[in-house]
Design a protein around this ligand. Structure first.
Ligand code: FAD
Length: 371
C-alpha cells in the first residue's frame, strides 16, 4: 500500500522475507548486473546487431576500483542539445528531443517518464507516467528530485491506447534501470508488469535522490520560505542545490550537503552514478551549461540516438574527466557505506541470510518480528 510514497505494512510483519524475493532491488547485487546482451529482445527497429556478448567484456560491470576504470561500456560520448529546446527541460533537453523523435518515427509507442503531480498539495513532486505523444513527453521535461517508483507504472493497464505488444523507452535513475535489468534477468513471469515492452533504457546520472516531503516541503518551503508556486527550476549542480523562480531570480543557492538528511539513505550505498547498465546515460556533469552529456552504451542506444540525430545539436563532450572524477567520489562514498562485500563477480542476488549477517547490529539492521 502506498500513502506517503513509501511502502507501509498493512499487517504484522512475520519476517517471511518475501519482500526480499519480490522487490527487484531487494537483495540485488547491482554491481554484478548481467550485460544487456543476454536479455530477451523485442526491440524491433532498435534491436541490436552487435552486442556486448563477448564473455571477456566485463565493462558493463560496476567495479569498485581501482579508481580510473573509466566510464563503463561506452561506444560514443557527446555533448547534446535539442535543436529546438522546449520550455522546462533540465539541461540540453536531449532526453525530451530523443523521445519525441522516437515517438514521431514510430520506433516506440510510449516513454516511461515523470510528470508533475496533479495534486495541488504536492508541488514539484514527480510522478511516473507513460507518455504516448510528443506533447506528453514535453509536459514531463525537467528533473524531479524524488523517487517516482517508476517501474510500478509498467503495469500498463492504465494505458489502453497502447498496442498489445507495446515498445517503450524507460527514463530513470540508475537504480531504476538496475531494477529493470534485474527483472529482465529473472526467468519467471513478471505478472502485470510489462518488462518485455521495454526496448530502450535511458539512465539519468545520479549521485542521490531525495524524500519529497523532507526536501521540497520541509527544507525548501517551510524552512527556507521558497514560494513553490513561483519556481521554474530546481537543480543540483556543481555540488549546490539551486532554485530559480520564473522571473529569473535565484531563490536559493546552497551546498547540497546541507540537505543530506533529506536524501534517501539507500543512495549512499549506490556506486552507479553513471547508470552503467542503461543503453544511454545522460547528465549535466561533463558539459557546459545548457547542454546534456550523453554516453551511448549499447548498439540499441546508438540506433535510438541516430534516429533522433536530426533533432539534436551534437558536439564532443566538454569534460569527460569531470564524469570520471564524480564517479570516483560516488564509489568512495558507496564503498564506505556498504556493509556487505562489494563483489561484481558474485551472483546477482544476495541471500537474505547473508544480508542479515552483514547488517546485524548496524543502524540498517532489518526489523524482523520473531514470534
Ligand atoms: C534525482 C536526480 C538526480 C540527478 N543527479 C544528477 C547528477 O548528480 N549529475 C548529473 O550530471 N545529472 C544528474 N541528473 C540528471 C539531470 O538532472 C538531467 O536529467 C539530465 O542532464 C538530462 O537533461 P535533459 O535536459 O536532457 O533532460 P530533459 O529533456 O529535461 O528530460 C528529463 C527526463 O527525465 C525524466 N525525469 C525527471 N525526473 C525523474 C525522476 N525522478 N525519475 C525518473 N525520470 C525522471 C523526465 O520526465 C524527462 O523525461 C539527475 C536527475 C535526477 C532526476
Amino acid at each position: 500500500m502506498f500513502t506517503t510514497g513509501l511502502p507501509e505494512l498493512v499487517k504484522m510483519c512475520t519476517g517471511c522475507s518475501l519482500c526480499w524475493d519480490f522487490c527487484p532491488r531487494g537483495g540485488l547485487r547491482y554491481e554484478a548486473l548481467w550485460p544487456a546482451s543476454t536479455l530477451q529482445d523485442h526491440a524491433g527497429e532498435l534491436a541490436a546487431t552487435a552486442t556486448r556478448s563477448d564473455p571477456a567484456d566485463t565493462s558493463w560491470k560496476i567495479t569498485g576500483g581501482p579508481p580510473g576504470d573509466g566510464l563503463g561500456s561506452v561506444l560514443e560520448r557527446y555533448a547534446v542539445r535539442a535543436s529546438a529546446k522546449p520550455d522546462g527541460v533540465q539541461d540540453g533537453g536531449a532526453v525530451t528531443a530523443l523521445l519525441c523523435a522516437l515517438l514521431d518515427a514510430g520506433t516506440i509507442d510510449g516513454a516511461l517518464v515523470s510528470k508533475p503531480s496533479e495534486d495541488a498539495r504536492e508541488p514539484w513532486k514527480g510522478v511516473a507516467t507513460v507518455a504516448t505523444t510528443p506533447a506528453e513527453v514535453v509536459a514531463a521535461a525537467g528533473s524531479f528530485y524524488n523517487q517516482t517508483m517508476a517501474l510500478a507504472e509498467l503495469d500498463l493497464s492504465r494505458y489502453p491506447s497502447l498496442p498489445s505488444r507495446p515498445r517503450l523507452a524507460v527514463v530513470g535513475t540508475p537504480c531504476e534501470v538496475q531494477g529493470l535489468r534485474a527483472m529482465q534477468a529473472r526467468r519467471w513471469s513478471t505478472g502485470a508488469h510489462r518488462i518485455d515492452a521495454v526496448v530502450l533504457t535511458v539512465a539519468l546520472l545520479c549521485t542521490k535522490s531525495f524524500d519529497y516531503e523532507s526536501l521540497i516541503l520541509q527544507e525548501l518551503r517551510d524552512r527556507r520560505r521558497i514560494d513553490l508556486a513561483r519556481v521554474a527550476k530546481i537543480d543540483v549542480v556543481r555540488g549546490r542545490l539551486v532554485v530559480e523562480y520564473r522571473d529569473g531570480e535565484v531563490a536559493l543557492d546552497e551546498p547540497v550537503k546541507d540537505f543530506h538528511d533529506a536524501a534517501l539513505k539507500g543512495c549512499d550505498e549506490c556506486a552507479d552514478f553513471l547508470g552503467r547498465s542503461a543503453d544511454l546515460s545522460v547528465g549535466s556533469v561533463g558539459s557546459i551549461d545548457g547542454w546534456t552529456s550523453m554516453l551511448v552504451r549499447t548498439e540499441r542506444g546508438r540506433r535510438a540516438f541516430e534516429k533522433a540525430h536530426h533533432r539534436l545539436d551534437v558536439r564532443d563532450l566538454d569534460d569527460p574527466d569531470a564524469l570520471a572524477r564524480l564517479d570516483r567520489l560516488d564509489k568512495r562514498i558507496a564503498l564506505g557505506s556498504l556493509e556487505r562485500a562489494f563483489d561484481p563477480e558474485a551472483p546477482l542476488f544476495i541471500d537474505y541470510d547473508e544480508h542479515l549477517r552483514s547488517y546485524e547490529r548496524t543502524t540498517r539492521q532489518p526489523v524482523v518480528v520473531r514470534r
